[in-house]
Design a protein around this ligand. Structure first.
Ligand code: F6R
Length: 241
C-alpha cells in the first residue's frame, strides 16, 4: 500500500485526477471502476476541466460503478445513475453505452446482482478502481461484517451509513435502507486500486485500513493485501497514521 499525502481536499482531488488521467492516457480503452459520494466529486471536476482543455479523451473508456441504492429509478435525483451523469458523464466525451451502474430499479436483487457480476467479469475487471471509504471502513457498500463478501450482492445499510448519507436527502426517512454493491472480492480483482479520503471523520477508518489488522470488521483493511493499492488522503484524514 502506498500512501500519498495531500494538503487538503483540493490537493487530494488533483492528485487523484492525475493518477486517473495517467491511466487513461497510457491506456485509452481503460476499464475504470468508479465511486460516488462526496469525496470523488473534486477529482471528477478536475478531470472534466482537463477534458475541456483537450488534455484527456474518454471516448474509448468504459466504467463500472461500485454500487446503487435499491429501489431508485435511474432518473431519481438521489440515484447513483443520476449522480454520475450530473458530476461526470454529461461533461466528458464518454460513450454512455459504456457506462455501467448496478440496476437499483430492478427489485429482483438476485437477478440485478448476478447480471452486474457478469458484465464486470466480461469487461475483464477494472484497470483502476477508485474508492472512497466510509467512516466505519466500508468500501462500496460492504459494511463491517464477520466475513469479506465476494460478488455483487444486496446489503442492508448500517445505521451509521444511513446517518452519514442522510446529508444528501431532505429527510432521513428518505434514505434507502438497501443497496446493491460490488463485493470485496470483485473490488480486489482490479489491477490498481486508488483510495481517496479527506477530513477528520475518516481518520480512524484510514488508520485501520492502512495499519490495523486485516479484518472484515474494517472491510477496507483487505486492501493491505492488494499488490497495487494507492491511498491519497489529506492531512486531516491521515492524522492518526
Ligand atoms: C460510493 C461508495 C461509498 C463511499 C463512502 C464514502 O459509491 O461506494 O463506499 O465511497 O461511503 O462516501 P463519501 O465520499 O461521501 O464520504
Amino acid at each position: 500500500m502506498k500512501v500519498i499525502h495531500a494538503k487538503d481536499y483540493n490537493d487530494m482531488s488533483r492528485k487523484a485526477a492525475n493518477i486517473i488521467s495517467a491511466q487513461v492516457i497510457l491506456k485509452p480503452n481503460s476499464v475504470l471502476g468508479l465511486a460516488t459520494g462526496t469525496t470523488p466529486i473534486g477529482a471528477y471536476h478536475q478531470l472534466i476541466d482537463w477534458f475541456k482543455k483537450g488534455d484527456i479523451d474518454f471516448s474509448q473508456v468504459s466504467t463500472y460503478n461500485l454500487d446503487e441504492y435499491r429501489g431508485l429509478s435511474h432518473d431519481d435525483p438521489q440515484s447513483y445513475h443520476h449522480f454520475m451523469r450530473e458530476n461526470f458523464f454529461d461533461h466528458i466525451n464518454i460513450n454512455v453505452a459504456n457506462t455501467h451502474v448496478p440496476d437499483g430499479s430492478n427489485p429482483n436483487a438476485e437477478e440485478a446482482c448476478s447480471e452486474y457480476d457478469k458484465i464486470v467479469a466480461a469487461a475483464g475487471y477494472p484497470d483502476l478502481q477508485l474508492l472512497g471509504i466510509g467512516n466505519n471502513g466500508h468500501i462500496g457498500f460492504n459494511e463491517p461484517d464477520d466475513h469479506f463478501s465476494k460478488g455483487t450482492h444486496c446489503v442492508n445499510l448500517t445505521e451509521s451509513t444511513i446517518q452519514a448519507n442522510s446529508r444528501l436527502f431532505d429527510r432521513i426517512e428518505d434514505v434507502p435502507r438497501q443497496a446493491y454493491t460490488m463485493g470485496v472480492q470483485t473490488i480486489m480483482y482490479a489491477r490498481m486500486i486508488l483510495v481517496i479520503a479527506s477530513g477528520a471523520a475518516k481518520a480512524q477508518a484510514v488508520h485501520d485500513m492502512c495499519a490495523g489488522p486485516v479484518t472484515p470488521s474494517c472491510p477496507a483493511s483487505i486492501l493491505q493485501l492488494h499488490t497495487n493499492c494507492v491511498v491519497v488522503a489529506d492531512e486531516e484524514a491521515l492524522a492518526l497514521l
